[in-house]
Design a protein around this ligand. Structure first.
Ligand code: SAM
Length: 260
């Protein structure tokens, strides 16, 4: 357990399922031999190294705000890859990067129009932007978390509104396409893709969400209350989604790629 809510071990429990959208996003990026790439919200860094190799960049920088994730990422530094602490919401690449890449991280900050404008400002002609965000705030796995957060005894512990689901900030595919056009990208493709996840039971979905969507509650609640929150969440999810064995979770993600 870490103060910033992220637990690299828990996150990697579903390493293979989380890897697939990264591979699809990476496939959209053209190599930039000798160039520079940045991976915003790089997590534990293994995928930053894959990005570095696939783009054949000379230098790749991984940026993350979680000390726990960065601790692990720094083991992967070297051969042109380095990592530093930073907030992707305010990151300004300026003219320095040929690829701005972000997999499963932009959804953690608000104002995607403002953030993508900052990531774009000053990028040279030909530079590429590649971003993947989850897009399923309408799934019971997310809606049940919000519902339980408003129940006693959890609601009182937040001292006001419970932390909102960051996925509510995610735009529609058409919204991102319009934004990319407004930002001056000459080529682009944006798609919604559904990744089918198979869990042994409905209750096991809680193990997936504990690694990501529930981290905002982990940050806000004392450890014993957070454990109770997860138990209540799991039970309510089974009531709402049904006790399926196995359980199929059609996980929606938006993948966007654009070139200046
Ligand atoms: C779901 S993980 C994705 C990690 C990695 N990109 C991957 O594909 O495995 C989200 C990452 O975004 C980071 N993150 C969240 N908010 C951030 C922010 N404002 N600035 C930088 N990193 C952030 C988290 O610390 C976490 O490592």
């Amino acid at each position: 357990m870490t103060g910033d809510g992220w637990d690299p071990g828990l996150y990697h429990r579903f390493r293979e399922q989380r890897r697939k959208p990264f591979v699809d996003l990476l496939a959209s990026v053209q190599p930039v031999p000798g160039g520079r790439a940045v991976d915003l919200g790089c997590g534990t860094g293994e995928l930053t190294v894959e990005l570095h190799r696939a783009t054949r960049a000379a230098e790749t920088l991984g940026v993350d705000s979680s000390p726990a994730m960065l601790d692990q990422a720094r083991d992967h530094a070297g051969d042109g890859v380095r990592f530093e602490a930073g907030d992707l919401a305010v990151f300004e690449p300026g003219g320095h990067y040929d690829v701005v890449f972000s997999n499963a991280a932009l959804q953690w900050v608000p104002d995607h129009a403002g953030v993508l404008a900052r990531w774009t400002a000053g990028l040279p002609e030909g530079a590429q932007l590649a971003v993947q965000v989850p897009a399923n705030p309408d799934h019971p796995a997310h809606q049940v978390a919000d519902e339980v957060a408003r129940e006693a005894p959890f609601a009182a512990a937040f001292g006001g509104e419970p932390p909102a689901d960051p996925l509510l900030e995610v735009l529609t595919p058409a919204g991102y396409a319009t934004l990319l056009d407004e930002l001056g990208y000459r080529d682009q493709h944006v798609r919604l893709q559904v990744y089918g996840l198979h869990f042994p039971t409905t209750a096991d979905v809680a193990e997936w969400t504990r690694g990501t969507a529930l981290t905002r509650f982990r940050r806000a609640l004392p450890p014993d209350l957070y454990d109770r929150f997860v138990d209540r969440y799991r039970a309510r999810l089974v009531e709402v989604a049904g006790d399926h064995r196995p359980y199929f979770y059609p996980f929606k993600r938006i993948l966007l790629w654009a070139r200046r």
